[in-house]
Design a protein around this ligand. Structure first.
Ligand code: G4P
Length: 526
């Protein structure tokens, strides 16, 4: 019988992140193929959301409904249990992605060899860095013309601000792409462009093996040897501890579409990627091996159908064993709850589970008990630290247009914020409510959902705003002085924290100059 420790050790819970179109969906699908979780390519379509025109968000929501099934993809690969947490491709849902990253133990970043590091990758990497999440980078689309791999490595290092170490190396790219030398395993894989087949492996002893010359030709073989010599000279040896601390990212090259370099990535991943790690709660550090169950809600997926107003709360198991029908304590309300139909996600199917282990995600049907960031335990008093909020990009005043329905509006706003659809700030000067989002789409989603789910009507009013900054200071007097001076621009967030609403970059800079004792943060976790 397996012990709790065995179950923890064999789990790998991670997310694949990328800028839209770099190949995240394709790579996910190929990983599922290797795990036998699906049998045909083209089965993972949830990320096609991003291809929809931004204005057509109903269509997006419909697809989001489908994507519940692919929110978490669990499968077995050898002795390992793998959980891939899906992240939305559409950048207006970036906040969802940030939160999902709090529930993973590591990350694979996909980068397009032609485009290099793009904007969304940079932002997501910032979140990984904040939490020291280990990352592996997969440079994709080597079958297409792209940039020089050395140049890509430099860019990864400077743009993502992390040391890199190639563990595989391409032999040419684009039309001349011949294969990849696996530095980690000292093996050579030849490229055969074929969407379904796995590449051909050439048995070699080492880099000097003449079989390399036979396989790829003398010129490319000697270029490969020169490149590897250069790599060994320039980049430090791969150090697993550095990787686990989030300081060093191993880099693989390949082509997800051609299933090339994917197995190498997966084999190395399961070997080096961390199993569930201890998590710092407010009170103490929670180890996955701790006997008592604990977990937190990192995502709430609402059913948009007004006839079935239920949600699924996604809970990451942090310690102990989660059991169906066991009494658990919901820390925020103090209520004892039992979950009769928790679901797990295996091979893209949702099914009721009796137990789940650290690293696993369970979906709990909910009718409004949960808020993202909530902690559930077997009775012990712990609070996992809240999920980080980032300063939104867009702000609007929300106004009630049906005075008879102000209660419904209040409730609707509250619940949508609990779900994490957007952020609410209440201006302390005039009491007006400001909604902050990552993209225009959320305003439309909120307005529609308030009407259809709560019967409340609202209108948006423009507001000129640059950033929401969470403020703090060791000097209470200085803090009070600042709040007094800026009282027109002070707001509180949903947790009651002080937020300075800067209306321009200039104003923010002036405030930073004038009040050196105040620290301004662009995320709520500091
Ligand atoms: P994303 O989830 O990161 O947004 O990217 P996705 O996997 O959807 O891939 C984006 C496009 O890039 C897709 O083409 C996909 O087929 C292609 N692609 C992915 N990996 C590779 C690769 O290794 N080589 C090449 N040449 N192309 C790759 P599409 O035409 O937009 O979509 P589809 O109609 O083929 O699905």
């Amino acid at each position: 019988m397996s012990t709790l420790t065995d179950e923890i050790q064999r789990r790998r819970t991670f997310a694949i992140i990328s800028h839209p179109d770099a190949g995240k969906t394709t790579l996910t699908e190929k990983l599922l193929l290797f795990g036998g979780a699906i049998h045909i390519a083209g089965a993972v379509k949830s990320n096609k959301i991003k291809k929809t025109a931004t204005s057509d968000w109903m269509e997006i929501e419909k697809q989001r409904g489908i994507s519940v099934a692919t929110s978490v993809m669990g499968f077995n690969y050898g002795d390992y249990k793998i959980n891939i947490l899906d992240t939305p491709g559409h950048q207006d849902f970036a906040e969802d992605t940030f939160r999902t990253l709090t529930a993973v133990d590591s990350v694979i970043i996909v980068v397009d060899v032609a485009k290099g590091v793009e904007q969304q990758t940079r932002r997501l990497m910032e979140v990984c860095r904040m939490r020291n999440t280990p990352v592996i980078i997969f440079v994709n689309k080597l079958d297409r013309e792209g940039r020089d791999p050395f140049e890509i490595l430099d860019e990864l290092e400077s743009e993502l601000k992390i040391a890199v170490r190639p563990l595989s190396w391409p032999i040419n790219i684009g039309a001349k792409f011949k294969g990849v030398y696996n530095i980690y395993e000292h093996s050579l894989d030849l490229f055969t462009p074929n969407k379904q087949r796995v590449s051909e492996r050439v048995e070699i002893d080492d880099l000097n093996d003449p079989r390399i010359d036979q396989a790829v030709g003398q010129a490319d073989a000697s270029k490969l040897r020169d490149d590897i010599e250069l790599i060994d000279g320039v980049y430090p040896e791969f150090d697993k501890d550095q990787y686990l601390q989030g300081k060093l990212a191993p880099v693989f090259f390949g082509s997800a579409l051609n299933t090339f370099g994917v197995k190498e990535l997966l084999d190395c991943f399961v070997e080096i990627a961390p199993s569930p790690r201890p998590i710092q709660a407010q009170e103490c550090t929670i180890k996955p091996e701790d006997e008592q169950f604990s977990g937190f809600v990192f995502k709430i997926h609402a059913n948009m159908d007004p006839n079935h107003r239920s949600c699924i709360a996604f809970v990451k198991v942090c310690s102990g064993v989660f059991e169906r029908n066991a009494p658990y304590k919901h820390m925020r309300s103090g209520k004892i709850l039992k979950f009769s139909s928790p679901t797990a996600f295996m091979a893209q199917k949702k099914s009721i589970v009796d137990e789940a282990y650290p690293g696993d995600i369970v979906g709990i049907p909910d009718t409004g008990n949960f808020k993202i960031g909530d902690t559930i335990t077997q009775g012990q008093t712990i609070h996992f630290r809240g999920l980080p909020s980032f300063s939104p990009e867009m702000f609007k005043y929300i106004e009630n247009t049906d005075p008879m329905k102000s209660k419904q509006l209040e409730k609707g706003i509250q619940q949508l914020m609990d779900e994490g659809v957007a952020q609410l700030f209440v201006n302390q000067f005039n009491g007006r409510k400001i909604i902050g989002t990552v993209g225009q789409l959320q305003f439309e989603v909120i307005q529609y959902r308030l009407l259809h789910e709560y019967g409340a009507q609202c209108r948006w009013e423009p507001i000129s705003m640059y950033k929401a900054c969470w403020i703090e200071s060791d000097d209470q007097q200085a803090l009070e002085a600042f709040k007094k001076r800026k009282h027109q621009f002070m707001a509180i967030d949903i947790e009651g924290r002080d937020v300075f609403m800067a209306d321009s970059n200039y104003v923010l800079q002036m405030a930073q100059n004038d009040f050196p004792k105040i620290r301004f943060h662009f995320t709520s976790e500091f």
